[in-house]
Design a protein. Sequence first.
Length: 471
Amino acid sequence: MNDMAAIRPVPRDGTVPLPLSSAQERLWFMQRLHPGMLAYQFQAKIELTGTLDARVLAAALTEIVRRHEAYRTTFAETPDGPVQVVHPPYEVGLSVEDLRGAGEGAEADVIRAAVAAEIPVDRLPLVHWRLLRTAEDRHVLLHLEHHLVHDGWAFNLFVDELCALYRAFVAGEPSPLPEPGVQFADFAVWQRSWLASPAADAQLAYWRRQLDGVPYFLDLATDRPRTPRRRFTGDAPRFTVPGELADAVRALAARERVPLFSVMLAAFQVLLSGWSGQDDFCVATGMAARTRPEVDGMFGMLVNTVALRADLRGDPSFRELLRRTRTTTFGALEHQELPFDRVVAGVRPPRVRGRQPLCEVLFAFHDSPSRAVRIPGLQVEVTPGVSNGSAKFDLNVIAIPRAEQTIGQPDRAGARAIEFIWEYDRDLFDAATVARAAGRYERLLAAVTAAPETRISALTGEPGRRREDEK
């Protein structure tokens, strides 16, 4: 996108409509098509152990809402399509819900009910917080927001700003943060212009070439047949690749001169190939799409879904698959700005009820930077991605490499390990099937780090056959 003019603020006096970004528009129509769907809501738990001043915390949240229009934006239907409605700043009310003495399981019950509540997109707030007091020196801040105003990069920015503002305010100092130069609505207006540019046309031509001839569906063996209408019901168990194996994966990436993501994605492709019997298919991933300096600190949904073609044809070695994956990933990085819906429209896969176009399995890598979470007198522990019982895709595997994610933080026990969230559609898969797949994936990582020259057929079994532990 660097061939376009800089993103500039647009008037907020109504003379310039504030459209949705392309990614927001896709979610808007998904939400309209499936009322009550929770799949595109995000929940996180922030544990605060020590002496907390709840009034200062509320002041910090109020300042964040003032600074970032995305946190005070709603969405409305007009004759010309959906638009963003930016509201004035408001004070965040943060009453303390005292759960001391409420009995074992009270915290889990409150969190379960909170994350299961729908967030309407046509009225404030699309992001809100609840503060639970569970002990004399322990609080839990629940962070709840709709994906229309959220992505993983922005959530890390939120945590950074919350800590910086709390530190300043508790010391009686003013905000140390610079004012944002542009807001998300400015980006959405700018993106509309970019989509009509030769640069966007060039990216579409790339994706048409890249996806030419790819099978439109990845046919994983499921525990139950698909139905014409998805319910988006899911679960999200967590599994951990231990530190010793995670370090072996890092070492392989260093030796082969590929990103850690490429090793982990290639092993995941091997898993899917054995599960489906296919050697050519697409896996989606989310890319930050923050390729311009103006959006580095921007709150909002800038992440873009990108289709990565998995090419295991010809029975390559895992080392050769790594090279192919690296080339595919780097090409996607260079063409990540074109919204996924524009790629789908350009490739024109068949529309089948109950199936998502082009990509139904996603492999995400959450290594967006997170600075030291430090507040004097408080120990802070952040748990993103708390499940609300929904699923966006058939299978959505999220890798969280803590060691790569943290900046300026001391080594912590378990930081070398890599945590995985295996979100899956409960209408298609049993919990035991997903647990076996996670175990198989870990064994694949061990096998390829020990012998990367191994052929894919030796890792998956005979072409077209599914291993017993993957059925």
